[in-house]
Ligand binder design. Structure first.
Ligand code: CP
Length: 313
């Protein structure tokens, strides 16, 4: 059973295949599979705008069906004490694949053990968010044909921000030079990436004040928000690197400014119209192409799920 719960679930060749399908889909919306006999369970037990809407739009576009709950954390039988193990067993009876977001960062372990249908990780607490990493890489690769050696500065709540954990593993596979600028506070909060996501990944951690000096060298500046919902009021004043009108001029003219969104104060709205700001359009749009490509890859590559290519018109 193939799942996509972590970046390591796909080989580099398979990642390239997904990116190529996404490229073809963007060029030609007719490039898609017939999934009118397929159904995904879209199970989001945490809030989402982009990930959920793009997956559901992707499945509609592929001609498939979706079973879902408005807010799975409140309206599913999890509220009656049902375990995740039993939830996966149940959803597998009604769907060909499960797209899951849940606050427990260990849910992918349970999915791997107990799901009888492929499960895609749409966010596991403060753990991982591998589909976001794929679309981030795709956005970078659209700008540079060879991404090896590019320099990327990743800023914000690197402890609780799951997108970063998946992204650094993926970028390391592609040879980017990674600089980390975690937020800090005057109390006891830690915003550094947990060691388990860093093993054998060479990267350099810099202070917030040094991040400004690094800007002229960076090809990509990747901003993330402070994940306030993950720590319950125990932090002091949190200081974090911000991009605004005062420092945007330091960034290279052909650089990309990315953010998985939602955005808070780390990127000023003043720079949203800057040509380097790729977060509102290119990056969000790529979420649709990548997730459509991933559904195609996950549901089509297995011989059980083969369907003819059809026209979407
Ligand atoms: N980037 C991301 O995961 O956005 P949503 O929380 O809106 O899905």
């Amino acid at each position: 059973m193939r799942h996509f719960l972590s970046i390591s679930d796909l080989s580099k060749a398979e990642i390239e295949q997904v990116l190529e399908i996404a490229t073809n889909i963007e060029k030609n919306w007719q490039f898609c599979r017939n999934m009118n006999n397929k159904c995904i369970a879209s199970f989001f037990a945490e809030p989402s705008t982009r990930t959920r809407f793009s997956f559901e739009r992707a499945m509609h576009w592929l001609g498939g069906r979706i079973v879902t709950a408005a807010d799975a954390s409140a309206s599913s039988s999890l509220t009656k004490g049902e375990s995740l193990k039993d939830t996966f067993r149940t959803l597998g009876q009604y769907s060909d694949a499960i797209v899951m977001r849940h606050s427990d960062q260990n849910w992918p372990i349970i999915a791997r053990q107990f799901s009888r249908v492929p499960v895609i990780n749409a966010g596991s607490g403060s753990g991982e968010h591998p589909t976001q990493a794929l679309l981030d890489l795709h956005t970078i690769k659209q700008k540079w044909s060879n991404v090896s050696g590019l320099k990327i500065l990743i800023c914000g709540d690197l402890k609780n921000g799951r997108t970063v954990h998946s992204l650094i593993e993926l970028l390391n596979l592609y040879g980017l030079k990674i600089y980390l600028c975690p937020a800090s506070d005057n109390a006891n909060c830690d915003f550094n990436i947990p060691e388990k996501y860093l093993s054998e990944i060479p990267c350099k951690t810099v202070e917030i004040c040094d991040a400004n000096d690094l800007l002229p060298e960076m090809d990509v500046v990747y901003m993330t928000r402070i994940q306030k919902e993950r720590f319950k009021g125990i932090c002091g004043n949190i200081d974090f690197f911000k991009i605004n009108k005062d420092n945007i001029s330091k960034i290279k003219e052909n650089a990309a400014i990315l953010h998985p969104l939602p955005r808070n104060e780390e990127i000023s709205e003043d720079i949203d119209d800057d040509p380097r700001a790729d977060y509102h359009e290119r990056q969000v749009r790529n979420g649709l192409y990548i997730r459509t490509a991933l559904l195609d890859f996950m549901l089509y590559t297995s011989p059980m799920h083969r369907n003819p290519i059809r026209s979407c018109s």
